[in-house]
Design a protein around this ligand. Structure first.
Ligand SMILES: NC(=O)c1ccc[n+]([C@@H]2O[C@H](COP(=O)([O-])OP(=O)(O)OC[C@H]3O[C@@H](n4cnc5c(N)ncnc54)[C@H](OP(=O)(O)O)[C@@H]3O)[C@@H](O)[C@H]2O)c1
Length: 254
């Protein structure tokens, strides 16, 4: 595995906000941003893991459900007041869920879309006045948005919508010099696919992913997070509006 970029200081003194920063890819990003000198704020729903993430990374934390626009907006406002202008907004929170087309209920659809699309959009909108001109927004999508995976219709549609949001927000923010990009992970070894699954099923899923991912394994949270840090950094100063597949070759090499 590649070594972390802990000797770097791309985010020294920068205010970085991660929505969904207490687990998986978001927590990995929090650790990397903290290691590079960022002043961090994290949100999530789980107060316990959020407090632990704050203790570990030195971040301020706000419990806020991104599906609840009022709560999410209030958290962002409080974060803006505490940190000052936000240099980097990482909109990473997301939920999964599988159901074949015939079995998708309105409640199931809404549960996914309220967080992954509606919540993400209104969080970006709420952050607009708080962002520093010249800053960056990174949004977590999914290769599921462009892959025809049976059972993934509600999630795929939400992430595809989010991809469209990223493109248009990027265009509207050009005058402010704020770059807006997306990372789209492939199968990544986090809780999102293990939640509610029996250990044997988790092992079977890992083995299945090892077969379908051209690189031969799932990605790690840190491998995906590193792509988010790259897009958020000035190293990506000429990259805007893209969707970067961080998927071990799934989309391009399968
Ligand atoms: N893992 C994969 O294979 C994969 C593939 C493609 C895309 N993604 C995307 O990557 C992102 C991160 O997922 P992950 O794999 O790291 O999963 P994870 O380990 O389950 O982490 C999800 C993060 O999002 C937060 N979150 C979820 N719902 C939220 C809500 N309503 N309000 C606020 N925070 C919320 C979680 O906080 P709480 O724990 O407090 O709820 C947690 O910090 C998601 O957008 C996901 O769709 C993941």
């Amino acid at each position: 595995m590649p070594t972390p970029c802990s000797d770097r200081t791309r985010f020294a003194g920068k205010a970085v906000v991660i929505l969904g920063g207490n687990a998986g890819i978001g927590l990995a990003a929090a650790r990397l941003f903290a290691g590079e000198g960022a002043m961090l704020a994290l949100t999530g729903r789980n107060a316990e893991t959020l407090a632990a993430a704050g203790d570990e990374t030195g971040a301020i934390t706000h419990v806020a459900d991104m599906g609840d626009v009022a709560a999410s907006t209030a958290a962002l406002t409080a974060i803006g007041a505490a940190l000052g202008p936000i240099d980097v907004l990482f909109v990473n929170a997301g939920v999964g869920g599988f159901a074949p087309v015939a079995e998708v209920s309105q409640a199931f659809w809404d549960g996914i879309h309220d967080v992954n699309l509606r919540g993400a959009f209104f969080a970006i909108q709420a952050a607009l006045p708080l962002l520093r001109d010249g800053g960056a927004i990174v949004v977590t999508g999914s290769i599921g948005s462009v892959a025809a995976v049976p059972g993934n219709v509600a999630y795929a549609a939400a992430k595809a919508g989010l991809r469209a949001v990223v493109r248009i927000v990027a265009k509207e923010l050009l005058p402010r010099g704020i770059r807006v990009n997306m990372i789209s992970p492939g199968p990544t070894d986090t809780e999102i696919f293990k939640r509610d699954a029996a250990p044997a099923d988790v092992a079977a899923m890992r083995s299945m992913f090892a077969d379908v991912v051209p690189i031969g394994r799932m990605g790690s949270s840190e491998e995906v997070a590193r792509a988010a840090l790259f897009l958020a950094s000035t190293e990506a100063s000429f990259i805007n509006g893209v969707d970067l597949y961080v998927d071990g070759g799934c989309l391009e090499l399968s």
